[in-house]
Each structure stands twice: as structure tokens, then as C-alpha cells.
Design a binder for this molecule. Structure first.
Ligand code: ADP
Ligand code: MG
Length: 516
């Protein structure tokens, strides 16, 4: 399937070709024909599935170089306004004279008013500021023929529902409407019912959500070892640009301190920062002024940067959906990317839930050792040396060496240089989690008052198939017990036993807290 077959016109085909799009993504394949035919569309698809072009291409097709605003796109954040406007400008690059303007709070309103008065064909804006312009009568929607709500769920999450409704009620009723959202909550359904007549519903199933170009791995780490594990991963993968997801703002700030202390250049992005601050950080990241961005989920929503080749889930996301959003930050525009997740022992079960949700296996890897990293770094230097030799022009240096160090063998000299370039690596070796603990201690909310040890063992073996010989130390108290389980049986044990009933009482099983 090609864009040509979707009946996209020549100038736009040329533009999307230049953007590197070879074939339409699933949501584009489904939405573009309907939208070109003038139908309303409600699309449910996760981040990274190409929604912008799905509505952007038809919108640019339908917009003509007249004096009125014909297209309106509502987005939740200023970053998205800029991003979506940028993508539409690219799509429209071979359509002369189309003006597409992002409009958002925080930017000088006078400047926006001037731009609007010169004539804008498509406005991409955040609800608050759009409403502001409507009230000042500096923006008119009477000639709008196409209106899109992008990331509708986020807009509602951010409390824009009233603004969105106020704006939609001023869009001509006969205008074509499109709404995109990751979820179709009851509130969104009501919005659709009230404003989107007779829509075509498009859902892109989860299987197509995760981009095939993302390699996904997980690493078992202790909480306390995470900072070191992170620097290890970054040194090993040697990415262009990395986004590290941390669950809390405080966590982001703490990690930032630690990484600074370790000599890494990083910056943070979280919800406590002002819009202007956030935008400044984003701009610098996009321009590659620094290469590691630490972010919380909310702050990184919709972030689209082409060069991100590594995403690290420093903390396991609180929700499966977040996992999909996070890893979607890499492998943009058909590139390749890697997503790495840190998992502590007691989180393995939740990782399995994520695997089930995304219908993909996340492969387990061992943390690279210092030797692994050294090997990779040496190889990089050797590659560079080889290319310098290929380039030639070494005569001057050969002369210097033959004069200055004539008594030494050339391989020795090269080895000495390599040692100098590599520098010393005095870092301590991390001990892999599993070697320290062949068994995992579990806590069960069942004790001697309900069952004796033989009854407990029989019940365990009944439900899990694990026999008593395979279990380690067992400690029973009145109301609870501890059982040591071999690591490799941990998943089975937890999934088959936790929340099962013994004589009518639900038994909880969890990994016992380490005693410090
Ligand atoms: P979404 O809005 O669904 O999160 P975007 O529209 O931001 O996704 O697209 C994600 C990335 O994929 C962007 O970098 C975009 O340029 C790229 N992209 C979109 N459609 C295609 C396509 N058909 N082929 C290749 N890359 C695409
Ligand atoms: Mg989008």
C-alpha cells in the first residue's frame, strides 16, 4: 500500500517522500481515505503511530490559499502545538502560500494577533489561548471546514474540557471533524456524541502499537544500584540521545544530581517546571546541546525527537499504557531504537503484565560488565584509527615518531597511546542480582493458626507443581510464613499462588522485604 493509492495529490506525495515516509502507517491507511472523502473520524491509537500525518495530510489537501482560517487543530500542550504545526508545514511544503501557525499560552499575544491578522490557513493551538483569541475576536472560525482534536484524552486530563467544548460550539456545524485519543473514556464519548456527527471509528489494535524497530530489554537491578546501572547502560549502548523516565519529580532531580556528579551532562523535564523552562530544555535537547534527558511521564507526553535512540525506564512505569508511550519516544521516523527497563526483583510480576499488554516479549539481559564496556569503547577507537589511516596524510606524524621514539616497537607505541586514550577505569564491579540470591524469600499471609507445615507444602505443590524438596528454608509464624523459592520458579510461584484461597481465606504472596 502506498500513499499514491490513498489518492494523495502530487505536491503532497512529493513532500512526504522528502520526509522519508515510504508507506502509510495503519492509522494513516484507515483514516486518510475517509477524511479525504469528507467523513468524520474518531481514531484510537497510541503515540508514535503517525496520527499527525493521518489528519495532517487530508487537512492540507483540503486547505486552499484563501484569506480565511480553514483548519483548526486543538492540542494539549505548547510543545505539541509547535511539533504538529512543524509537521504540517513539511506536508504543505510544496503547496505554495499556505500559512500554518502554532498558537499557545506563554507566547506574546500581540505577536500572535499580528500573525493572525496577516491571514493564517491552519491554526494549531492549545485550548486556553485559542479561546482567548476567540473572545478578543482576533481569530474567526466561521470558515473552518476541518477541525481536529489531537490527544483528546490528554486535553481532558489537563482540565481543558470546558474550553474544548466552548471552542467546538463555535466551529461551524457542517465542518468536518476528527478526534484522536489513546483512550475512549465516557467523557470523550460524550464529547464525540455532542460534536462529531456520524463518525467512522478507527481502532488500531495493540499489536501494531509497538514499533517493530524497537529492541526491548530488561535488566534486573537493585534500587540502590540503579544510578550505576544507568551509566553502565549508557556507556555500553553509546547512544546519540537518551531519554530516561523516572516516576517522580523528586526522583528526576535526585538522579540529575547523581549523574552530574558522575560527569554526565543531563537535564531534567518535569511538571513542576514552567512552560518556558520546559520549552528551553526541549529546544536544547532537540539541537543536541546535551544528550541525556531525564523526564517524568507527563512532561514527556508527545515528545517527538528524531535522534532518540535509547529510552530507559529507570523506574518501571506505573501503568502499561505509559510503557507504550515511553518506548514510543525512540525509533521515530522509521529509525531503530532500543528500550531498556530496570526491574527490581519484586517488580518482575508487573513486567510480565506489561509483556502481556503489549503482546511482546521483553528480553532479559545481564548488565554489561566493565570489560564489556571497555571492549566496546576500544573497538570504537580502533574503528576511528582505521578510518584515520584510510584517510592518509600521516607522514608528518610518522616522522615525529621515528625521530622521537626510534627505540620502541611501533605496536608498543600504539598500545601506549590506546591506554592513554582509554584512561583508567577504577569503577567498582556491580554484582549481578541473581548470583547473590539463588533463592528469593517470599512472604505468605497464611500461618500456623490456619495450617501446619505439611498442609502448607501440600497446598503449594497442589497449586504450583513445586515440590517441597525444591523449596528452601520455611519459617512459619501464627499469622504468616516465609518460604525460600528458587529464583527460576519465582514467576510460577507468584502467579499461581498469590490471591488463591486456602479454606476460604485469600492468601497474598509477595517478595519479602530485605532485612537491612
Ligand atoms: P503520533 O501522533 O501517533 O504519536 P506522530 O504523528 O508524532 O505519531 O508520528 C511519529 C513519528 O513517525 C514521527 O517522527 C513521524 O514523522 C513518523 N511517521 C509518521 N508517519 C510515518 C510513515 N508513514 N512512515 C515513516 N515515518 C512516519
Ligand atoms: Mg501525536
Amino acid at each position: 500500500m502506498t500513499f499514491h493509492e490513498l489518492k494523495v495529490s502530487e505536491p503532497i506525495l512529493k513532500a512526504i517522500d522528502a520526509m522519508g515516509f515510504v508507506e502509510p502507517s495503519p492509522i494513516q491507511r484507515e483514516a486518510i481515505p475517509y477524511l479525504l472523502q469528507g467523513e468524520n473520524v474518531v481514531g484510537q491509537a497510541q503515540t508514535g503511530t503517525g496520527k499527525t500525518a493521518a489528519f495532517g495530510i487530508p487537512m492540507v489537501e483540503k486547505t486552499e490559499n484563501q484569506r480565511f482560517t480553514q483548519g483548526l487543530i486543538l492540542v494539549p500542550t505548547r510543545e505539541l502545538a509547535i511539533q504538529v504545526a512543524g509537521e504540517l508545514q513539511k506536508i504543505a511544503s510544496h503547496k505554495k502560500g499556505l500559512v500554518i501557525l502554532p498558537i499557545y499560552g506563554g507566547q506574546s499575544i500581540e505577536r500572535q494577533i499580528r500573525s493572525l491578522s496577516r491571514g493564517v490557513h491552519i491554526v494549531v493551538g492549545t485550548p486556553g489561548r485559542i479561546l482567548d483569541h476567540l473572545e478578543r475576536r482576533t481569530l474567526h472560525l466561521d470558515h473552518v471546514i476541518f477541525c481536529t482534536l489531537d490527544e483528546a484524552d490528554v486535553m481532558l486530563d489537563m482540565g481543558f474540557i470546558d474550553d474544548v467544548r466552548a471552542i467546538l460550539s463555535r466551529v461551524p456545524e457542517k465542518a468536518q471533524k476528527a478526534l484522536f485519543s489513546a483512550t475512549l473514556s465516557p467523557e470523550i464519548k460524550r464529547l464525540v456524541q455532542d460534536f462529531v456527527e456520524n463518525p467512522r471509528f478507527i481502532t488500531i489494535p495493540h499489536k501494531e502499537l509497538t514499533v517493530p524497530n524497537i529492541s526491548q530489554f530488561y535488566y534486573e537491578v537493585r534500587e540502590s544500584e540503579k544510578p550505576q546501572a544507568l551509566t553502565r547502560i549508557i556507556d555500553y549502548y553509546n547512544p546519540n540521545q537518551t531519554v530516561v523516565f523516572v516516576n517522580t519529580k523528586v526522583g528526576v532531580e535526585e538522579l540529575k544530581e547523581k549523574l552530574h556528579a558522575a560527569g554526565y551532562e543531563v537535564e531534567a523535564l518535569h511538571g513542576d517546571m514552567k512552560q518556558t523552562q520546559r520549552e528551553f530544555v526541549m529546544k536544547r535537547f532537540r539541537a543536541q546541546h546535551f544528550d541525556i534527558l531525564l523526564a517524568t511521564d507527563v512532561a514527556a507526553r508527545g515528545l517527538d525527537i528524531e535522534n532518540i535512540d535509547l529510552v530507559v525506564n529507570y523506574d518501571l512505569p506505573q501503568d502499561e499504557e505509559y510503557y507504550v508511550h515511553r518506548i514510543g519516544r525512540t525509533a521515530r521516523a522509521g529509525r531503530e531504537g532500543t528500550a531498556v527497563t530496570f526491574v527490581t526483583l519484586r517488580e518482575i510480576k508487573r513486567l510480565k503484565e506489561i509483556e502481556r499488554y503489549i503482546k511482546t516479549r521483553i528480553e532479559r539481559r545481564r548488565l554489561p560488565t566493565l570489560q564489556d564496556i571497555e571492549k566496546i569503547q576500544t573497538q570504537a577507537i580502533l574503528d576511528e584509527i582505521a578510518s584515520v589511516i584510510e584517510e592518509g596524510g600521516l607522514e608528518k606524524y610518522i616522522d615525529i615518531l621515528t625521530e622521537g621514539l626510534s627505540t620502541y616497537d611501533s605496536v608498543d607505541i600504539a598500545a601506549a597511546l590506546l591506554k592513554m586514550v582509554m584512561g583508567e577505569q577504577p569503577e567498582e564491579e556491580l554484582s549481578p542480582v541473581e548470583e547473590n540470591s539463588p533463592t528469593v524469600r517470599l512472604f505468605l499471609t497464611i500461618g500456623r493458626e490456619t495450617v501446619d507445615i505439611r498442609g502448607l507444602l501440600a497446598w503449594i505443590s497442589d497449586l504450583t507443581g513445586i515440590r517441597s524438596q525444591e523449596l528452601g528454608r520455611i519459617t512459619m509464624r501464627e499469622g504468616f510464613s516465609f518460604v525460600d523459592v528458587p529464583r527460576e520458579k519465582l514467576d510460577d510461584f507468584l502467579s499461581r499462588l498469590d490471591r488463591q484461597k486456602y479454606k476460604g481465606k485469600t492468601v497474598r504472596v509477595e517478595i519479602a522485604r530485605e532485612r537491612k
